[in-house]
Design a protein around this ligand. Structure first.
Ligand SMILES: *[C@@H]1O[C@H](CO)[C@@H](O)[C@H](O)[C@H]1NC(C)=O
Ligand SMILES: *[C@@H]1O[C@H](CO)[C@@H](O)[C@H](O)[C@H]1NC(C)=O
Ligand SMILES: *[C@@H]1O[C@H](CO)[C@@H](O)[C@H](O)[C@H]1NC(C)=O
Ligand SMILES: *[C@@H]1O[C@H](CO)[C@@H](O)[C@H](O)[C@H]1NC(C)=O
Ligand SMILES: *[C@@H]1O[C@H](CO)[C@@H](O)[C@H](O)[C@H]1NC(C)=O
Length: 300
């Protein structure tokens, strides 16, 4: 959608004084688009409990004709149109398109859209911008939104023991907040997925709660293992993945220090957020008690 446009001679006022003008002769060929769509704002996941906010950002470049129209499509059906030259300038199409609001100007056209309650539905949104004749150049851009309530926090590991030592059985529990679709949980011990041992009687699947008022479900998965390592620490990861398209994962890491003698241990935990790279640190208040308890014992 490229057009060759000749920029004619024109006058530019000098910035140095009101009574002086600078005559610029510009006689060159530049490449102009219909208007450049600089950014299409469509969230990757949309919570059906509220409207999704979408925005199409575009710029008029030198040599571009004026804006003719901006159109929004939902799965290839036109749902909204902005034509600055018309009265009224905006129109909403197809009442099932779900547009609840629209605000547009020369640089941006944003709409709010209601989403279906069918989780994991993937919807395409296209913004199409065209400029005035005689060419009516058209550009468009498409992005996808998946209906899902993603995990707002990293999974939480509970049941952290005050001390672990070789030969001891440890029972932990990893749980998530409400989400939809519910997350599948996988535990990793020293980087390897948990594997079932004969003596383990615990379930080896993610458990899922019943749906809450909004249809959301929490997940949890216990982990039981025997401390066999001769190393000083065991690293554990609880990874919660929602089977959306694309999938959404949050995880929590934890390092369990293996006590020799006396029974001293400590732990730290950190979380990961795939989109923002933030890490949270869990402060182990239990550590203080553990240390004081066992230092008291060893004083005997
Ligand atoms: C559109 O704008 C973006 C960002 O400013 C720029 O990277 C891109 O080259 C532009 N595209 C065209 C065709 O002018
Ligand atoms: C309205 O939109 C829905 C969903 O996007 C589509 O299935 C339907 O065919 C559209 N109807 C019309 C009249 O365009
Ligand atoms: C977007 O533009 C492409 C060509 O560049 C065209 O094939 C397609 O149909 C357009 N999509 C919409 C929704 O207008
Ligand atoms: C794990 O946590 C979940 C959610 O808090 C709870 O319902 C479940 O009973 C716990 N399981 C174990 C074995 O502690
Ligand atoms: C958690 O541990 C895994 C491997 O054990 C590592 O790849 C990942 O970067 C760690 N994440 C954080 C937030 O420390």
């Amino acid at each position: 959608m490229l057009a060759n446009v000749k920029i004619q001679d024109f006058l530019l006022p000098s910035l140095l004084g009101v009574d002086r003008f600078l005559l610029m002769r510009v006689q060159k060929t530049v490449i102009a688009t219909a208007h450049n769509i600089t950014y299409l704002e469509v969230p990757q996941y949309g919570d059906p409990r509220r409207d999704a906010y979408l925005a199409c950002h575009y710029v008029k470049e030198r040599g571009d004709p004026a804006l003719h129209s901006v159109k929004w499509y939902r799965d290839n059906n036109e749902i909204f149109r902005y034509m600055p030259g018309q009265q009224p300038s905006t129109r909403t199409f197809n009442t099932t398109g779900g547009v609840t609001r629209g605000t547009c100007d020369e640089n941006k056209c944003s709409i709010s859209v209601a989403l279906p309650k069918r989780f994991n539905t993937r919807i395409s949104f296209t913004c199409e911008v065209s400029t005035e004749g005689p060419r009516f150049e058209v550009v468009n851009q498409t992005k996808y939104l998946t209906v899902a309530v993603t995990l707002k926090e990293d999974p939480v590991i509970s049941g952290l023991p005050g001390s672990v030592q070789v030969g001891e059985d440890v029972l932990l529990n990893c749980s998530t907040g409400p989400a939809m679709p519910p997350a599948n949980i996988i535990w990793y011990i020293d980087g390897r997925p948990e594997k079932m041992e004969q003596w383990m009687s615990m379930n080896d699947h993610t458990e899922v709660s019943t749906a809450d008022d909004y249809g959301l479900r929490s997940s949890w998965r216990p982990l039981r293992f025997r401390v066999t390592t001769v190393r000083a620490a065991i690293s554990l990861t609880c990874e919660a993945t929602q089977p959306t398209r694309p999938s959404f994962t949050r995880s929590t890491n934890l390092t369990l220090a293996v006590a020799r003698s006396p029974h001293l241990s400590m732990f730290t935990a950190s979380g990961s957020n795939p989109s923002s790279f933030t890490a949270a640190t869990v402060v182990a208040s239990m550590l203080v008690h553990t240390l004081s308890k066992y230092s008291a014992l060893s004083d005997k």
